[in-house]
Design a protein around this ligand. Structure first.
Ligand SMILES: NC(=O)c1ccc[n+]([C@@H]2O[C@H](COP(=O)([O-])OP(=O)(O)OC[C@H]3O[C@@H](n4cnc5c(N)ncnc54)[C@H](OP(=O)(O)O)[C@@H]3O)[C@@H](O)[C@H]2O)c1
Length: 328
């Protein structure tokens, strides 16, 4: 069978994204054939396109999608034709396609009350928010946290969820409009960050009576890292989990003593979804947060999958807010 899919042969700009006709094999043992209904867009898709996050080439693109099972391979009992499933990694990078063969072990069955669009928008970003807020640093009622890119895909989910837990959320954004969006979604104190000069650490100190926050969640990296270290309270946590402005510099660990001995980590989804059991537990926690209304998924952008290059330019150009989906 043939399908349409994006392939890349060379790292680079969006011109390297090739929309091609490709063969889809029959599903093998432990695999199913999926027809994608909605694909999730993630900033990390652009890092893999440029090579910031290296991967072997040639390759497909994307690692988050939702679809319907169209055929099952030998030995598959957990799923049947017609079942709705989603995934976040655990597969090859072939989410930017109309159809694909996927390993059953990496698939997440979807509850009836989560529609395909919500699932594709929420799974990767929501499970990331879940492990960051529940594990990487466990946010408690009464904590104050700092979330960068607060109006973004992961950011809007984190703001809402942390507020529901009972934390005070300070967020950074680049525009007044994004500040309004973050505020409507649980961010108590949005800070509009200027491109040049001091950005947010002084304001964070003012908002926390000079103490600093319990945890900084930094997905911006290079441009924010030094001030993130200056925004944390005594023995707080500074977690980097993304590189929107480039990778953060390697910190001189001895220099962090005078900053209050913060706990520093670079967190990656793959290290918090190490088994099917762990991934499903996080997905169930996310689904429950959506069901209770603690987290509302904000699909603010939608593109045809074949226009994914435009979606890449918009997310890289900071023109998106909340979650973005691609329709095959
Ligand atoms: N480690 C993990 O497990 C994991 C998993 C998922 C996502 N992530 C990371 O989480 C972050 C958010 O991902 P997302 O897909 O939801 O994207 P997103 O937040 O919707 O988009 C990225 C945002 O980053 C901000 N930003 C700051 N400096 C930037 C720069 N120089 N260039 C471009 N954007 C810049 C922009 O917001 P402002 O304009 O408001 O600054 C932009 O809207 C990404 O860094 C991603 O890599 C990590």
């Amino acid at each position: 069978m043939e399908t349409k899919a994006f392939r890349i042969y060379k790292f680079g700009g969006t011109g390297e994204m090739k929309w091609e006709t490709v063969d889809v094999p029959k599903p093998g043992r432990g695999e199913v054939l999926l027809r994608h209904t909605v694909v999730g867009l993630n900033l990390a898709d652009t890092y893999r396109r440029t090579g910031l996050y290296p991967m072997p080439l040639p390759n497909g693109m994307g690692n988050e999608a939702v679809g319907v099972v169209e055929a099952v391979g030998p030995g598959v009992r957990a799923l049947k034709v017609g079942d709705r499933v989603g995934y976040i990694g655990g597969q090859t990078f072939d989410a930017y396609s109309k159809r694909r063969v996927a390993k059953v072990a990496g698939l997440i069955p979807l509850p009836k009350y989560i529609n395909d669009r919500t699932a594709a928008a929420a799974l990767l970003k929501g499970i990331t928010a879940q492990y960051l807020l529940r594990d990487a640093y466990r946010v408690k009622r009464g904590d104050t946290i700092l979330v960068h890119a607060a109006a973004g895909g992961v950011g809007l989910i984190m703001c809402q969820w942390a507020k529901a837990i009972g934390a005070t959320v300070i967020g950074t954004v680049s525009t007044e409009e994004k500040a309004r969006i973050a505020k409507r979604n649980g961010c108590h104190h949005p800070i509009v960050v200027k491109r040049k000069g001091p950005k947010f650490a002084k304001k964070v100190r003012e908002l926390t009576n000079g103490e600093g926050v319990h945890c900084v969640y930094d997905s911006v990296g290079k441009e924010t890292w030094e001030e993130s270290l200056a925004s944390v309270r005594l023995r707080g946590s500074v977690i980097n989990f993304g590189s929107a402005s480039g990778n953060p510099p390697l910190t001189n660990i001895a220099a962090t003593g005078p900053l209050g001995s913060p706990y520093i980590a670079r967190c990656a989804l793959v290290n918090y979804t190490t088994s099917r059991k762990e991934t499903m537990a996080r997905a169930d926690d996310l689904f429950a947060a959506i069901k209770k209304g603690h987290v509302k998924i904000r699909v603010n952008q939608r593109y045809a999958l074949k226009d994914a290059a435009k979606a890449h330019r918009d997310i890289e150009g900071r023109r998106t807010t909340g979650q973005t989906i691609l329709i095959p």
